[in-house]
Design a binder for this molecule. Structure first.
Ligand code: ZN
Length: 442
């Protein structure tokens, strides 16, 4: 195994002015001013031009949607109309399309400083039985950590749901594949590269029975649960009409109100809802960019954190963002939260959501922070572009001046981005292949 000293960074989101020593894939030492590593290192990386962050953690996405960005049928709509316009178009998804979409989204995330991501994949039209396998292969190819979520939809229009029949599956098929994917890929413990979570799509696309069955399966295999909840007022009305209760009551009624669960969006919660979420240690993934694009509202980040809930950050699907850049998401989080609360929301809050908060959402204590013993997952940015010239505080500059692209990214002690380029990926070739695949969705 190897060791590296990331020496004398320009700034670092931790106390380590003389740098960080990585050994065997973990953070072994954090050096104070003038301090040297305790033993010889194999490599010294001069970080004097770099601002060092913990690798960012993205807790909500739909990779396949990179194929329908800025789609003319869907732009300028609110969530339900946007979904109804896109479901039949998404039904054209093929295994090769999903592979390219996954590779593209992972590459974009990685280049923006993301070292761990989840993807909420709930779309299984005929022929896409191996969607999870494709995603695992692509994450391994890039060396990224990933929580693949075996998503699902089984409540179609004929039963009162929102999606058409062509994109839903039977409950038995869904549960059998959940078991298969967990058995094949779910890793436990520190340093896991692939984890599996179960993720019925939303209250308006799955049955109550499937929610309950997924909850029981997650308990059996000790994996996490994920779903969309409280994203829009339309969803609130749907739950009251369909189930006779609020979205959060529905979550509790189906056995999901607990520390195993993290929710996407979590916008329309009352004060008592927020207190319940905190009491039960539920995580909430704040998706600022998507929430602004679809005019959905603002996650109650401050109240949720004060109540004890984990608040993470996600880019959300690339048809409602439309990019997969989590550093941009950090900037958007700072701005929308300042508008909602006040100027006491800081760049450090936004960075905490994208790192420690997101790691908590995924149930991981081994990532999301630069501290001794944690995985050596790091994102290094330079301030060399014109947008940073004249900046005083380097950490604040990343967020306020709008950093987009990491210069170096390390995952488990291995460099995965060098000089802004992802290792093992020809970016222009990927752009051309993905662009060609996306044309069948127009
Ligand atoms: Zn989503």
């Amino acid at each position: 195994m190897t060791s590296i000293w990331i020496k004398s960074p320009l700034a670092v989101l931790a106390h380590a002015p003389a740098g960080i020593v990585v050994r065997d894939g973990r953070i072994a030492e954090m050096l104070s001013g003038g301090q040297q590593p305790s033993a010889t290192v194999d490599e010294v990386f001069d970080a004097s031009r770099h601002v060092v962050l913990p690798g960012l953690v993205n807790t909500h996405h739909h990779f396949y949607q990179t194929l329908t960005r800025a789609h003319p049928e869907a732009i300028n709509k609110k969530l339900f109309d946007w979904l109804v316009a896109l479901y039949p178009i998404w039904a054209r998804l093929t295994p090769e399309g999903l592979r390219l979409a996954t590779r593209l989204a992972l590459t974009e995330l990685l280049m923006s400083g993301v070292t761990t991501t989840s993807d909420h994949h709930y779309l299984f039209p005929a022929g896409l039985d191996e969607a999870m396998d494709i995603q695992v292969e692509e994450a391994r190819r890039l060396g990224m950590r990933m929580t693949v979520t075996r998503g699902s939809m089984n409540l179609s229009r004929k039963d009162g749901g929102l999606p058409p029949d062509s994109v839903v599956q039977d409950e038995d098929d869904i549960l059998a594949d959940c078991e298969r994917v967990i058995g094949r890929y779910h890793q436990k413990g520190d340093g896991a590269m692939i984890q599996v979570a179960l993720a019925p799509c939303s209250p308006f696309t799955v049955t109550r029975s499937l929610m309950c069955a997924c909850g029981a399966l997650a308990e059996k295999h000790d994996c996490r649960l994920h779903t969309h909840l409280a994203e829009t007022e339309d969803e609130d009305r749907f739950c009251r009409a369909m189930f006779g209760m609020s979205p959060l009551d529905y979550l509790e009624d189906t056995g999901w109100l607990g520390p195993r669960t993290w929710l996407a969006h979590g916008i329309h919660f009352s004060d008592s809802d927020v207190a319940r979420l905190g009491r039960h240690q539920v995580g909430v993934c704040h998706c600022p960019t998507s929430n602004m694009v679809l005019a959905s509202g603002q996650c109650r980040t401050r109240e949720l954190e004060a109540a004890g809930a984990a608040v993470g950050l996600g880019v959300d699907g690339s048809a409602s963002n439309d990019s997969s850049n989590l550093m941009e998401g950090v900037r958007h989080a700072l701005m929308i939260n300042r508008l909602t609360y006040d100027a006491s929301v800081t760049h450090l809050d936004a960075l905490r959501w994208a790192t420690q908060g997101s790691a908590r959402c995924l149930g991981r204590g081994d990532i999301g922070e630069i501290a001794i013993g944690k995985q050596a997952d790091l994102a290094l940015f330079t301030l060399d572009e014109l947008r940073f010239s004249g900046a005083g505080d380097p950490l604040a500059a990343l967020v306020l001046c709008g950093a987009h692209r990491a210069d170096r990214v390390m995952i488990g002690g291995a460099w995965r981005v060098i000089d802004g380029q992802p290792r093992g990926i020809d970016v222009m070739e990927l752009r051309a292949a993905h662009g060609a695949a996306a044309r069948r969705f127009l």
